[in-house]
Design a protein around this ligand. Structure first.
Ligand SMILES: [Zn+2]
Ligand SMILES: [Zn+2]
Length: 400
């Protein structure tokens, strides 16, 4: 395989007209960001751009999710490529000419660039149909905590379009331009949100014997929950229990014992078995401390995202291909998985998948993701497009 030419422009790869369309599309999205599942305008812009490129089969899932199918020259399996397209409820401070026009809302995780990268790939596929099978382009809303991927799957994404495998790229702020970060197994953590409610019986702070005080019970509970990671989870596994929010009583009523205390936090791990263990121990601990303190402790344990797991076989098949195309020196395959969550985890739990982080940092771009100064680096778009194209060529070759 020929080595990727770093000097290649997007126009070299997909033509001047499509290249202009992609960059304009990205800047327009950046100027008009939308949050969560409410990416109505964004989804319309995606459809419009796909139609301009000549893509015919376009369908909606979960309201604002867009899926587009491009068949190759010969029949064969379908493989999916996913981009997220939602913004964050944070005010932008980039000073860009096309900065967000929506107050307290901006594309600070690079999803405008992700959608543009997938669109550029669509343009490439339309010009290179010599593959056996079909390409499914998935533009998903609600990555930032809304489980948009899960919603699209629940609405039948993989029933209408069964995929053999799925791929996604996320911009890596604070990684050098063109660095490929990918590894087998866990890449990102599961995200669970436990909510405890400690119910007692409120009353006068001077006569606690006439009450069932939920405050010391909650204090015991919080300390006991800290022992799950230190005493129950295998020291070689990764796990975090952080109880971040606490609601009890009233600061203006220091003499009143409240009737209830609420506690909410986040649980993260890279192993579904550890996830099960933590939930089970949380329930047992809540029950035991409830019994000991005469309170009733309920637990609502919400599983928001599963861990992002890269399929080991798919990784083994792809790693040498990427190394040959981009050079092994550009690839980082041995690193600790992140403790952040990633919605793509739902897709790669449903079908074998690979999630890649692609470095976008250079002299003009060096802010971390989610920072008000972050902006996606358009200079990565040629490699972004080529990376998807390289995966497609490797996975759906046209046998002569
Ligand atoms: Zn993000
Ligand atoms: Zn993101």
């Amino acid at each position: 395989m020929i080595r990727f030419n770093d000097q290649a422009t997007l126009a070299d790869l997909i033509g001047a007209e499509a290249s202009r369309l992609v960059v304009e599309f990205r800047r327009d999205l950046h100027r008009h960001p939308e949050i969560g599942m409410e990416t109505f305008r964004t989804a319309e812009k995606v459809e419009q751009a796909l139609r301009t490129l000549g893509v015919e089969e376009i369908r909606r899932f979960a309201g604002t999710g867009v899926a587009a199918l491009i068949p190759g020259e010969r029949p064969g399996p379908t493989i999916g490529f996913r981009a997220d397209m939602d913004a964050l409820p944070i005010a932008e401070e980039t000073g860009l000419e096309y900065a967000s026009e929506v107050p307290k809302c901006a594309h600070l995780c690079g999803h405008d660039g992700h959608a543009a990268g997938l669109l550029a790939f669509a343009a490439w596929v339309m010009r290179h149909r010599r593959f056996a099978g079909s390409v499914l382009l998935i533009f998903q809303p609600g990555e930032e905590g809304y489980a948009g991927a899960d919603k699209m799957i629940r609405e039948g994404l993989f029933e209408v379009y069964p995929c053999r495998e799925v791929f996604a790229i996320h911009a890596a702020g604070k990684s050098p331009l063109g660095e490929i970060r990918v590894k087998p197994g866990a890449m990102m953590a599961s995200v669970d949100v436990p909510t405890f409610v400690v119910e007692g019986r409120g009353g006068h702070g001077g006569r606690p014997h006439q009450t069932v005080d939920p405050v010391p019970a909650a204090a015991e509970l919080i300390l006991a929950l800290q022992t799950i990671v230190s005493r129950n989870v295998d020291a070689a596994d990764s796990a975090v229990v952080s109880l971040c929010a606490l609601e009890a009583g009233d600061m203006k009523a220091p003499t009143v014992i409240p009737a209830r205390v609420s506690i909410r936090g986040t649980v993260r791990t890279h192993d579904p078995k550890v996830q099960d263990l933590i939930e089970r121990r949380m329930r047992e601990t809540a029950e035991g401390i409830g019994l000991a303190t005469e309170t009733t402790i309920s637990l609502d344990y919400a599983r928001v995202y599963p861990p992002q797991m890269n399929d080991p076989e798919l990784f083994a098949a792809l790693e040498p291909v990427l190394a040959e195309r981009y050079g092994r020196e550009r690839m980082t395959t041995d690193f600790r998985p992140g403790m952040g969550g990633e919605d793509f985890a739902f897709m790669s739990a449903a079908v074998p998948g690979i999630y890649i982080q692609l470095g976008i940092d250079d002299e003009d771009h060096s802010a971390p993701l989610h920072s008000p100064k972050f902006s996606f680096n358009e200079r990565v778009l040629p490699m972004w497009t080529d990376l998807f194209a390289t995966i497609l060529r490797a996975r759906l070759p046209l046998e002569d």
